[in-house]
Design a protein around this ligand. Structure first.
Ligand code: ADP
Length: 805
């Protein structure tokens, strides 16, 4: 009985296969329309209508080339193969009848959809059906005994299925039949009729097979053994051809050749030979075959012994690093030292390099240069967002759709056993209930263990000890401690304006010129123009956006040349030309305010993308002692604000305020721009300055930026990320900075060009900060001459139980 509702589904024509409801089948799909139909199905999580072609040879079938009854199926899995085809695992759900098919989509992306009605199964639990089913089972059993190719599991599943309709369909799909006959079975909607048809076919097949045996026995007697072998192999070929699986046969011999050619360690060869034997005995189109096939392919695609010829030549390494990168003296020096040691010990041992720094400072590209310097292949794997151990180590093969982990997949890509392997974003892995990926990574990176890395899918030890691993991260704190333990950390800082200028001029622009098809020097920018781009169109610690902007200029000019038909015109841009190509400036140069403002203080914050200036505003209004904090603030910042206010209260008398001044006002602190890092921007002293400025109505020096956490007693605590923060100040045209006294020792790590342009003052007390930051009339003291703030000292003295002076 047909459903009356007409529904529309994507359609995919099948060649030589009829899919029955309840069956799972792997399909290799190459036709563009079919791929589009599959993709649409996956996207909309819908079903797909699979219908068989009357003639398998038609490449672009229309409705008259297709049968009308087909199967609605769900797509369980899609695997894109390198040659552009797709392997799809589908499961038949129900029969359906097509009324009309039509083209869908536009341009290149066309595919068919079909208007169809789903055919409902009629109830089939009559005694008659049961009797038929018994007969069918018996017949199939006999058929299967005469046919050794049928896998045992099929027989088992036949006995376990109760639903008559499913049962006939299962049996039909396993009997070797011509496509037309299978289609006939599919079209039989009535279960009873379907069973009789299948029975008829089974009887016929068994009779034929008995006759065949008879002939075979007669012929065999007459044949010598060589003839016999020839005959047998011919027979296999003919049968396979007949079943449309001729290619399958070739395939097998191809695999066999590949196994023989590949140089594999003994244990891997044994394993792959065993799997190959299994593969040979399986029917070519079963789901299990695909699994075994994929496994063998995985082993064969992996490099086991092949190496790049590589030697560490320190002089060459130095040249290569300098050729590819401007500046970076310290990191380069450290890398060369590291390589020198590796060269001496011959075998890779010891800590793994970890390059830490904001995005776009050249971490990945330094790794590439190292590979070039060592004449090794380079591969890269981003660990950002990896939270499942199985992503690193793969799934066991018993899972449907199991795959090797990312490490093994990357090694396949590398094709050699000794690439330079860059693991990006090790700080971005996360741990959850699916296991801890960093534990797996430890095994990968540890030279004591990684000669026998165990991928769950591969299930064979794989030797990673020849790989040169380098890791990169934005944030040292994000790297799990056990991993950090095995790493040699090399810090890459953001660039100053001058460095960016050199990089843009000597590296980024030439690179983009080449990439966009310009000849050398066809586009030139003078220094002012470069600076204009750096200052007004990018604001970043690294040079990634700068590189993008160079690319944008190249594209715009390419377009202009084409449009004006002046393909050879040379361009040399001055600063005033920049906006013609890049549009309105994205940023204001220098964050400093025009005037010294009341309640507005500038802080320096550290984020994963480099240093940032942070402007904090405070306002006070009549009220009852409420503190409101707005803007995108982390928890730490909330606490900083509380601590800052407490500090102000403790200094009330010295600042010339009444002891209960805060009960009459409300304070509102706001952070207008919200690049707020997780672990707190160390903005305590900035918030305190802004609040005091608002309360005392004294403006803050606009050329000053500061950083430091604060204690209740007003001590200034040290901070991290000093270099990045100072760079941000320099970018923002700040001239004077306040940093915690305890950070004095970090100043030696800050590159000289940054320090020379800033007036750095060390502070260890918020009182000092306020003295420096708040602008007063000449000769006016900020703190009144009250020796010790009385509320505060009373409290301290009694709390410590010391006698009053
Ligand atoms: P990261 O991995 O740190 O995020 P990338 O290595 O992707 O950064 O670098 C971004 C781009 O900037 C690359 O094209 C790189 O070549 C270029 N680059 C970065 N630093 C330098 C430098 N010091 N000299 C020349 N080019 C650089």
């Amino acid at each position: 009985m047909d459903h009356t509702i007409v529904e529309q589904y994507p359609l995919m024509p099948l060649r030589d296969i009829v899919l029955f409801p309840g069956m799972v089948a792997p399909l290799v799909v190459g036709r563009k329309k079919s791929i589009m139909a599959l993709e649409d199905t996956m996207e909309n999580r819908s079903l797909i209508f699979l219908v068989t072609q009357k003639d398998a040879k038609v490449d672009d079938p229309s409705q008259e080339h297709l049968y009308t009854v087909g199967t609605l199926a769900s797509v369980m899995q899609l695997l894109r193969l390198p040659d552009g085809t797709i392997k799809a695992l589908v499961e038949g759900k129900s029969r359906a009848r097509m009324h009309q098919m039509q083209l869908q989509g536009e341009g290149e992306d066309l595919y068919f959809t079909a208007d169809l009605t789903v055919i409902e199964e009629e109830p089939a639990d009559t005694n008659e059906v049961q009797a038929y089913i018994r007969e069918l089972k018996k017949a199939f059993d006999t058929y299967a005994q005469g046919n050794k190719k049928l896998p045992r599991e099929v027989l088992n599943s036949v006995t376990s299925i109760d639903d008559p309709s499913r049962l006939v369909d299962l049996i039909s799909s396993h009997v070797y039949l011509k496509t037309e006959e299978k289609q006939q079975i599919l079209e039989k909607v009535s279960v009873l009729e379907r069973i009789s048809l299948v029975l008829e076919i089974l009887y016929r097949e068994m009779e034929l097979s008995a006759m065949e045996k008879d002939i075979h026995a007669k012929v065999k007697k007459k044949m010598s053994s060589t003839q016999r072998n020839y005959y047998l192999s011919e027979k296999v070929r003919v049968i396979q051809d007949e079943m449309g699986q001729g290619e399958g046969g070739d395939d097998l011999s191809e695999i066999e050749q590949a196994i023989n050619k590949k140089s594999l360690p003994k244990y891997a060869l044994e394993k792959v030979t065993k799997e190959f034997k299994k593969l040979r005995q399986m029917p070519p189109m079963s789901a299990e075959t695909t699994v075994v096939r994929n496994y063998i392919d995985t082993i064969l695609d992996l490099p086991w012994k092949k190496k790049s010829r590589s030697k560490i030549d320190i002089e060459r390494a130095e040249v290569v690093l300098d050729e590819d990168h401007y500046g970076l003296e310290k990191p380069k020096e450290r890398i060369l030292e590291y390589l020198a040691v590796q060269a001496q010990v011959k075998k890779l041992r010891g800590p793994i390099l970890c390059l830490v720094g904001p995005p776009g400072v050249g971490k990945t590209s330094v790794c590439k240069s190292i590979a070039r310097a060592m004449s090794r292949k380079f591969i890269r794997l981003s660990l950002g967002g990896v939270r499942d151990e199985a992503e690193i180590r793969g799934h066991r093969r018993t899972y449907i759709g199991a795959m090797p982990g990312k490490i093994i997949l990357s090694m396949q890509k590398a094709g050699v056993v000794n690439p330079v392997f860059c693991l990006d974003e090790v700080d971005k892995m996360s741990v959850d209930f699916r296991g801890d990926p960093s534990a797996a990574l430890l095994e990968v990176l540890d030279p004591e263990q990684n000669y026998a890395f165990n991928d769950h899918y591969l299930d064979l030890d794989y030797d990673l000890s020849g790989v040169f691993f380098i890791t990169t991260a934005n944030n040292l704190h994000g790297i799990p401690l056990p991993l950090q333990d095995r790493m040699e950390i090399i810090q890459l800082n953001g660039y100053t304006e001058e460095e960016k200028l050199h990089i843009a001029k000597d590296f980024l622009l030439p690179k983009q010129l080449e990439a966009n098809g310009f000849k050398e020097d066809e586009i030139q920018l003078d220094d002012e123009a470069f600076l204009e781009v750096i200052r007004l169109y990018t604001r970043e610690a690294g040079v990634r956006n700068l590189e993008r902007t160079m690319a944008a200029i190249c594209r715009k000019i390419a377009r202009e040349r084409q449009k004006n038909k002046t393909p050879d015109k040379r361009y040399s841009l001055k600063s005033e030309d920049v906006s013609t190509y890049l549009g309105v400036a994205k940023y204001r140069y220098g964050l400093a305010e025009k005037n010294n403002e009341i309640g507005l203080a500038t802080g320096m914050a550290w984020t994963e993308v480099g240093g940032e200036l942070l402007q904090i505003e405070s306002t006070i209004m009549p009220g009852a002692g409420k503190l409101t904090i707005t803007g995108k603030l982390g928890d730490v910042m909330q606490e900083s604000a509380q601590a800052a206010l407490t500090y102000v209260r403790s200094r009330a008398m010295r600042l010339g305020l009444e002891a209960d001044f805060y009960q009459k006002i409300d304070v509102h602190v706001h952070v207008p721009e919200g690049a707020i890092p997780k672990d707190g921007p160390s903005a305590g002293i900035t918030i305190a300055t802004s609040i005091v400025s608002a309360i005392l109505k004294l403006p803050v020096d606009r050329n000053l930026a500061m950083t430091g956490e604060i204690t209740l007693r007003g001590r200034v605590l040290p901070i991290g990320g000093l270099t990045e923060k100072l760079l941000a100040a320099k970018r923002g045209k700040i001239t004077r900075v306040l940093i915690p006294k305890e950070n004095e020792r970090n100043l030696k790590d800050v590159p000289e060009p940054i320090l020379s342009s800033l007036d750095v003052q060390l502070v260890d007390d918020v009182d000092q900060v306020l003295e420096e930051a708040l602008i007063r009339k000449q000769g006016e003291d900020l703190f009144k001459d009250v020796p010790v703030d009385s509320i505060f000292s009373d409290f301290t003295l009694s709390a410590h139980n010391t006698p009053a002076q």
